[in-house]
Design a protein around this ligand. Structure first.
Ligand code: SF4
Ligand code: F3S
Length: 107
C-alpha cells in the first residue's frame, strides 16, 4: 500500500483524494492517511501531492518508517473517510517545507 508521511502534517492539500479511484483516504484534523487494505497501489496519488508526502511502502524513507503503522492505525481507528477534495489548511503554504512536523500531528 501507499503511505502518507510527515510532509502532509499541517497542510492537507487533498489533491491526493481527488485522484484516488477507490476512495481510501481518511481524514484527521491536520493529516490524512491511506487505509492499507483498501489501497490498490495504483500510484495516482503520489505525483499530485504538493508536499511529496506520499510513498509506496517499499520506498518510504527510513526516518518516516513509523508512518506505515500510523496510516494503518489511524485509518482503522475512527477517522472519517474523505472522498472529495477540500481546501488546504489555512497554514498549508507556511508549513509545506517545514521539517520535523511529527510533534504537530493531531490524532
Ligand atoms: Fe488511492 Fe492509488 Fe494512492 Fe492507493 S496508490 S491511495 S489506490 S490513489
Ligand atoms: Fe496531504 Fe499531500 Fe494529500 S499534503 S492531503 S498527502 S495531497
Amino acid at each position: 500500500a501507499y503511505v502518507v508521511a510527515e510532509p502532509c502534517i499541517k497542510c492537507k492539500y487533498t489533491d491526493c483524494v481527488e485522484v484516488c479511484p477507490v476512495n481510501c483516504f481518511y481524514e484527521g484534523a491536520n493529516f490524512l492517511v491511506i487505509h492499507p487494505d483498501e489501497c490498490i497501489d495504483c500510484g495516482a496519488c503520489e505525483p499530485v501531492c504538493p508536499t511529496k508526502a506520499i510513498f509506496p511502502e517499499s520506498e518510504l524513507p527510513d526516518k518516516w518508517k513509523e508512518y506505515k503503522d500510523l496510516n494503518d492505525k489511524l485509518s482503522k481507528g475512527g477517522w472519517p473517510n474523505l472522498a472529495e477534495k477540500l481546501s488546504e489548511l489555512p497554514e498549508a503554504d507556511e508549513y509545506k517545507d517545514k521539517k520535523d512536523k511529527r510533534a504537530l500531528l493531531d490524532t
